[in-house]
Write a protein that binds this ligand. Structure first.
Ligand SMILES: Nc1nc2c(c(=O)[nH]1)N=C([C@H](O)[C@H](O)COP(=O)(O)OP(=O)(O)OP(=O)(O)O)CN2
Length: 138
C-alpha cells in the first residue's frame, strides 16, 4: 500500500468545559497536524495523489474552520460564557480534545476522498509532547 503525508499548522483556542484542571480555562495551542492517505495505485502519472489536492481537502475541512478559531463544545455553559465574543467560533458536538478533533477530521476526510483512497493516519499535536492519533490498520 502506498501512502502520502502532508503536514499543517494552525492556531486555535479552546477549553475543555468538563475538565477538572487547567484545561477547563480558555487557552490556545499552535497545533501541528499530519494527515496520511493511502491508495492501491497511482491514478495520476507517477503520483498517488497530488499533495496540492490533499492540501486543499484538509484546508477545507480543518484549517479554514479551525485556524484562529475558538473551538468549543456546543453546550449551555459555553454559549453563556462565549456567545458575546465577536470572533470565529467552531462548535463541536463533543469536547474539543485532540482525540475528538482527530476523529472528526478523519471522518470528514474519508467522505471527501475519491474512490480507491483511504485515510491511513491522522496525527494532531496540541503541544510538543501531547498528540492524538487515528490509525486505519485495514
Ligand atoms: N487525552 C487528552 N488529554 C488532555 C487533552 C486532550 O486533548 N486529550 N488536552 C489537555 C489540554 O487541553 C492541554 O492541551 C494539554 O495540557 P498539558 O497536559 O499541560 O500539556 P503540556 O504539553 O503543556 O504538558 P507538560 O507535561 O506540562 O509540558 C489536557 N489533557
Amino acid at each position: 500500500m502506498l501512502s502520502i503525508t502532508k503536514s499543517f499548522h494552525f492556531e486555535a483556542a479552546h477549553r475543555i468545559s468538563d475538565y477538572d484542571g487547567a484545561c477547563q480555562y480558555l487557552h490556545g495551542h499552535s497545533y501541528k497536524l499530519e494527515v496520511t492517505i493511502s491508495g492501491k495505485e497511482m491514478v495520476k502519472g507517477d503520483m498517488l495523489m497530488d499533495f496540492k489536492i490533499l492540501k486543499s481537502l484538509v484546508n477545507k475541512i480543518a484549517i479554514e474552520p479551525w485556524d484562529h478559531a475558538l473551538i468549543l463544545k456546543d453546550n449551555e455553559i459555553n454559549h453563556s460564557e462565549f456567545d458575546h465574543l465577536n470572533g470565529k467560533t467552531y462548535w463541536m458536538e463533543t469536547e474539543p480534545t485532540a482525540e475528538r478533533m482527530v476523529l472528526h477530521l478523519s471522518e470528514q476526510l474519508a467522505g471527501l476522498l475519491p474512490q480507491g483512497f483511504s485515510v491511513r493516519r491522522v496525527k494532531l499535536y496540541e503541544t510538543d509532547s501531547c498528540f492524538a492519533e487515528y490509525e486505519n490498520i485495514h
